[in-house]
Design a protein around this ligand. Sequence first.
Ligand SMILES: [Zn+2]
Ligand SMILES: [Zn+2]
Length: 338
Amino acid sequence: MSAMRAMVVREQGGDFVLEQREIPQPGLGEVLVRVHACGVCHSDVFAKEGYPGVSWPVVPGHEIAGEIAALGEHVHGWSVGQRVGVGWFGGNCGYCEWCRRGRLIDCQNMGIPGVTMDGGYADYVVVRASALAMMPDDLSPEEAGPLLCAGITTFNALRTSGAPGGGRVAVLGVGGLGHLGVQFARHLGFETVAIARGTEKETLARQLGAHHYIDSTAGDPAAELQALGGADLILSTVTSSEAMAAVFGGLRPDGKLLIVGASMDPLPIPAAMLIGGDKVIEGHASGTAIDSEDTLRFSAMTGVRPMIETVPLERAGEAFERMMSGQARFRMVLTTGA
Ligand SMILES: [Zn+2]
Ligand SMILES: [Zn+2]
C-alpha cells in the first residue's frame, strides 16, 4: 500500500478536495505519522484564506493524533509504533535568535503543520521529530486531537500565568477553548469562575468544574467578579474585544487579563485603568512539543477531556463549516478509521 487519502485545499479560498496521494517519505530528522484523528481548529481557516508561509495546494490540520509509522535518518529518541501527537508547533530550527534564547515557540523558522507544510487531514503526515509529543495510552486519539491546540493553549496559558495557587481565575467564554480552560483552571487548583453570555451554559460550566458562573448579559460582569473578591487572572478565550473590556474591571490588584482568543479589533480599555493595582494585559501563544506532552499527560491524569463530535476524514468540509458556524459542541474531530 503506497496510496493514502488527503483532504486538500488546492488554491486560496478553495474547498477541501479528496485526493489519493503517494504516502510521503520522511527526510532527515523527520518522521512519518499514521494519523488516527485530527481536530478541526478555527485556525485551519488560514489554510483556506492565507497566512505567512502558506502555499497551495496544502493539506490542513494541526491537531494530529496517531502513531509513528517510519523514521527518517538522524531521528533519535523515537521509535516506530509510538503513540504521538503534533500541534501548531511544527518543530524549530535550532539556529535562529529565539531558538538560541530558548524560546522555541518564537522560532523564526518554525514549521506549522497544515500551514507551512502539509498537515493532518490525511491518512499520513510527515513532521519534524522536534514537533512530536508523546501521547499517553489511556487517551483516545479523538480526545487527544483538540488537546493539542485548544488544550495546550489554555493549559499552558494558565500554568505560566503567574496566578497564585488557590487564586481566583475567571475564564471568559465557554466554547472550544473555554470549556477546556474551565476544566484546567479547576484541576490546576484555582477558584474557577466561568463567564459566558446567557444562562444556557451555566449547568455545563458547573459540570466542567466552575465554582461560579456569571451571565455577562445579565448585568455588569466586572462588578460581579469584584463581588466575589476580584480575579487574579482573567483568561479570555473569546474573540470580542468588547467582551474583554467589559470584564477587565473585575481584576484584583496585580491582576492580569491573559488573551488566547484572537480579535483584530482594538481593545476599548482606558489606559488609566491599568495604573491602579498595576494591572497587566498579556497575550499567550500555544506552546511547544513538550508543552503538548505535558498537556496530554495532565489531561490523562486529571480526566480533563474535550467535548467532541467526530466525522470521517472525507467529510472535512462539513466539519469545518459546522465549526465555523459555531454549532460544534465543542470541537470537531476527523477520524481516519485507523
Ligand atoms: Zn488550532
Ligand atoms: Zn529557530
